[in-house]
Design a protein around this ligand. Structure first.
Ligand code: VGL
Ligand code: ZN
Length: 193
């Protein structure tokens, strides 16, 4: 049977206020996602993605990368926000190898534990195809990085894709980055809802 799926991108403690790479008002996406899911018909497939970095990840300042350490597997900051009230059908992890960064959820791999993510395990695209997913909704953090990359990959794979505007927030390293990201997603064919 054909399904629609919601991809919840990186709603992790480190991207919320109090975390090491806090997105302003990042925690506001949690209520928005909970409400949206509660109002949906039950045939919605839900998947989560998580940034799942080792302590020496290439994107961290100590390795010359652009970010403070964040979402290190095994830490509180890696965990999904505790108020997120969803039961995902599958959880995908990305950025697991020390020397490669990954913004898009489509670089994520299915694993039963985030500390062992086999490079050859099922990708998000494989999973969505196996489940006969025909359209996607995307919410989460951050609008101007991982949400944007995930949405652009979804569109290139041919999925009709809707961004839930209440359910996304951006880092805004430069003011206007989130709006520019949304404009780019729309230009590539995303529906903004
Ligand atoms: C992200 C910066 C670094 C994200 C991940 O989830 O948008 N941003 N790593
Ligand atoms: Zn990261």
């Amino acid at each position: 049977m054909a399904h629609e799926a919601l991809i919840i991108v990186d709603v992790q403690n480190d991207f919320c206020p109090g975390g090491s790479l806090a997105v302003p008002h990042g925690d506001q996406v949690v209520d928005a996602i909970n409400s949206w899911v509660a109002e949906r018909a039950s045939d919605l497939l839900i998947v989560t993605t998580q940034d799942a970095h080792p302590p020496n990840h290439v994107s961290f300042h100590a390795q010359g990368g652009p970010w403070p350490p964040h979402c290190v597997v095994g830490t509180w900051g890696f965990e999904l926000h505790p108020s997120l009230r969803v039961v995902p059908s599958a959880q995908f992890y990305k950025g697991s190898s020390p020397d490669v960064d990954a913004y898009s959820g489509f670089e994520g791999r299915l694993a039963s534990s985030p500390s062992v993510v086999p490079e050859k395990s099922v990708s998000l695209a494989d999973f969505l195809h196996q489940q006969n997913v025909v359209a996607l909704y995307v919410a989460g953090l951050a609008t101007d990085y991982c949400v944007k990359a995930t949405v652009l990959d979804a569109l290139s794979l041919g999925f009709p894709t809707t961004v839930l505007l209440d359910g996304v927030r951006g880092v805004e390293v430069h003011p206007g980055d989130s709006q520019a990201a949304l404009d780019e997603m729309a230009r590539q064919g995303a529906r903004l809802q």
